[in-house]
Design a protein around this ligand. Sequence first.
Ligand SMILES: [Zn+2]
Ligand SMILES: [Zn+2]
Length: 297
Amino acid sequence: MRHNIDREQSRSQSEIIWIGKAAAAGALICYFPVMTKSSWRRRIERADELRERHSFASEILSFYVQIAKFQENLHREFASAPKEDSDSIFNALNSGDTARLQSRFGSFLSVVEEYGPATLVALSKQLRACETSWSELLTEAWGQPAPSDVKTILTQAFLQPFAELLRSRTKIRPAQQAYAVCPCCSRKPSFGVLRQMGEGASRSMACGFCLAEWDFRRIVCPGCGEENDSKLAVYTATDFDYIRVECCDTCKTYLKTINLTKNGRAEPLVDELASAPLDLWAREHGYAKLHSNMLGM
Ligand SMILES: [Zn+2]
Ligand SMILES: [Zn+2]
């Protein structure tokens, strides 16, 4: 064990325990889960459940629920719209889609202003005051693979349902590669998922923007391709015993993987948001998140 677990336990309020090294490798197979209304409902209901259970996550999940309800409606609107101008691809929005998205951005800002934390409320009001720049903002945010500024992260949360819709209409298979990149929008994964596969479990990576999910070998760092299992540490915590903090000591990145074989009720996107104490623990240990989630955490 290479970390002073007890000392960190008091800081993070989570008991972090070593659970071993990454498990057996698997084949790279891409699949695209179909987004349905019930999937949105499941996320919202899971967020409601978790915010009751985890007081530390209550504020962020309450905000997420409102964002998700807006996203659900936006997804439905665009899914039912005529497809003649929906030929946007993941490296560029076309002018028709940009204009339609722009017409809904003000409603999104209203949700942020009503339910968001103070910093986002202030940002939202700033954005509302410069409506003439929305088109440029949406276009730039769409093409930004790894935003670090809050304005772009917030704008990508608005764009996420449209990215998810385009992904559901896209047939792309990933190339064999040593590190993980979304086969649709070329972003790094925001989280991983473990699912039952025969006697064991298979790991997949998930894009936080278009929500593509693709299988990825278990003994490989998704950030740098490291395959030496002595460099790939996995941790879990008593509060979230179904969430693995998968760290790489070569590139010093981590991502959280939701183990559905341990908790079949989890909604990976939502449970990843709810487990913020694990992010705090990882950062305290010198690891950087491979890619932030939808809310920039
Ligand atoms: Zn993607
Ligand atoms: Zn690495």
